[in-house]
Design a binder for this molecule. Structure first.
Ligand code: AHG
Ligand code: MN
Ligand code: MN
Length: 330
């Protein structure tokens, strides 16, 4: 093995400040959860995990068996440390309060998408888990305590269950990526200090929604498609995995922009602010990129609900700045 820094060693060396002890404990539980989720996804059809349940989640989406299994794993693992006062997830209508079994006085809120890209589960394409940690204003959290802007996050990360299982995270001091060694069950630091390229020639958007987009988004994509014959004077490449985690990970590794804009069908886009857009925006900004709704930095959006949706355009800074300009010119 080339790498010898385990994630536990890395966190012990790098976590600093008032949240260090709590973050080490909470991240230890998140790591355990992601390992269990990797196993559940990996076993897939062998153990009958692949189907849809008859149920719908709060957003009217049909729940897959794995949506519910991964949600349960995340809750179970993360109530252990005693630091988590409450949790909210894509798969639960309301937040849950965590009983303080361990008498450590939970002081943090954990928001998560346990299985991102779940439409890809049945076709064996990458999926992920996204999480965000906030300081809880009270030890008995109420809804208003959760509704903090993304700039208040003290930690965010994602697990990517792809050709390798990876964990990528930030505590506001850069972005680091770890790869799971399935033999030892350890995550090792493989992607230290991830940095986004300044520029790109690659975009990711669901083109089938083209006719519903707002004019600035159509303009940006039109210009990319015109390639070296248009005003951009260079050819662009396109990707669409339909798993935000896979998309953002690709952008962190080789540059690009990822867009799920608002459109005439769904005024505020598809992605959820608190457990998709905010944690991913925190990571992208920490890697030197930018994330916008078109009108506002995503991390400054004041949330009005746990499941609120938001337009998302994130990635290489120059491209995002260009998109913002097109919105301003509208
Ligand atoms: P989830 O599976 O958690 O509901 O999220 C899926 C999201 C996101 O990961 C992805 O970018 C987008 O939905 C894909 O949307 P399309 O179905 O329009 O491709
Ligand atoms: Mn998702
Ligand atoms: Mn999900």
């Amino acid at each position: 093995m080339m790498q010898n820094t385990t994630i536990t060693k890395f966190l012990a060396q790098h976590l600093q400040g008032e949240h260090a002890v709590a973050l080490a404990a909470m991240l230890g539980d998140i790591i355990a959860a992601c390992k269990q989720i990797a196993v559940a996804i990996d076993s897939g059809a062998l153990v009958g995990n692949m189907g849809s349940l008859g149920s719908e989640n709060i957003q009217g989406e049909v729940q897959k068996a794995l949506d519910v299994i991964t949600n349960d794993i995340f809750i179970e693992c993360n109530q252990r440390s005693g630091y988590v006062a409450g949790m909210a997830s894509e798969e639960m209508g309301n937040f849950i309060e965590i009983a303080d079994k361990h008498k450590k006085n939970g002081q943090y809120l954990l928001l998560f998408d346990p299985l991102d890209g779940s439409s890809n589960v049945n076709v064996n394409i990458s999926v992920g888990t996204i999480f965000s940690i906030l300081k809880s204003p009270s030890k008995k959290p109420e809804l208003a305590d959760f509704l903090q802007p993304g700039s208040a996050q003290i930690c965010a990360g994602y697990a990517l269950y792809g050709t390798s299982t990876m964990l990528v995270l930030t505590t506001g001091n850069g972005v680091n990526g770890f790869t799971l060694d399935s033999e030892s069950g350890e995550f090792y630091l493989t992607h230290p200090n991830m940095q986004l390229a300044e520029d790109t020639q690659e975009f990711a958007i669901n083109m089938s929604n083209y006719r519903f987009w707002q004019a600035p988004v159509q303009r940006y994509i039109d210009e990319c498609l015109q390639g070296d014959e248009g005003s951009r004077k260079k050819d662009f490449n396109m990707r669409w995995v339909a798993s935000m985690v896979a998309e953002v990970h690709r952008i962190l590794v080789r540059g690009g922009v990822f867009m799920y804009p608002s459109d005439n069908k769904s005024k505020s886009g598809k992605l959820r602010l608190m457990y998709e857009a905010n944690p991913m925006s925190f990571i992208v900004e920490q890697a030197g990129g930018a994330a916008t709704t078109g009108f506002q930095r995503i991390l400054e959006v004041k949330p009005s609900g746990i499941h609120q949706r938001v337009p998302v355009m994130m990635g290489c800074k120059r491209e995002v700045d260009r998109i913002i300009k097109y919105f301003q010119a509208k």
